[in-house]
Design a protein around this ligand. Sequence first.
Ligand code: NAP
Length: 279
Amino acid sequence: MKIGILGLGLIGGSLGYDLRSQGHHVLGVSRRESTCERAMALGSVDVASVDMNLLAAAEVVFICTPIALIVPQLQQLIYHLPATTVVTDVGSVKAPIVKDIVPLWKNFIGGHPMAGTSDSGIEAAQHNLFVGRPYVLTPDETTPQTAMAVVEEIVRSLGANLYYCQPEQHDQAVSWISHLPVMVSASLIAACMGESDPAVLQLAQNLASSGFRDTSRVGGGNSELGLMMAQYNRQSLLSALQGYRHNLDEFINLIEQEDWVNLKSKLKSTGQARPKFVE
Ligand code: NAP
């Protein structure tokens, strides 16, 4: 199959590696000429260009640009594609993208591979990035069965675990497990930096170890990504943050009241719940 990838970065480049290794012919388009050359040299794509017209020959196109560019790029891309081309995207937020693309392109299905690293760009692309990871598809009542079947088959072939849901359900779910943790973790770092005694702050920084490393990791990462989560998933993120604040208040109350029995039982129940999210 001829498969097009628009945006040869971490996700687009990684898709290219795996699709090529399964014998697909991969056509890549990216913004910079240097990225196109590098993607070809690394073997992530068969051929690459900065000219979108290259994708006219693709049967399926994956849009893998930063979130803010997915819809604008699709608006340009459609002038190059026959109506039969199936288009999907990999954006980390789904409702606003699906809402804008559905009226523009019939053969579209939204997608989100839940895989990645903190690095970006073609050099960060990896083989087998999607193996054993969730990959969410968000069809709606207008999505053609054929488009769904084609993308589903490709996703399964990546070794990913396929999930279907509505775009809004996806955005609410990722606000809990991905976007809220970024804000909580960033707040943790900001709160620690608010320590008013410089000697204590320095001591805390010297003593910080694995617990702090785990809990601060996602808040100390790519600020652009955090900003995009807030901009594109604002409503869901706000409701998750309010749920979090409610829980934080409960902890404050229990500690203020020295209610150790209920504090213990709350901590016990969170300990029991954690394996439902991660092993
Ligand atoms: P990335 O590594 O920064 O790659 C994005 C690539 O898009 C860049 O390498 C850039 O290529 C290209 N690009 C930028 N503007 C372009 C344009 N106007 N036309 C064509 N190509 C353009 O980002 P990423 O992490 O792969 O993320 C891409 C998408 O995947 C985002 O929508 C994100 O939400 C989603 N996603 C990310 C992760 C993650 O963990 N990173 C996980 C799941 C989904 P040049 O080098 O040519 O400028």
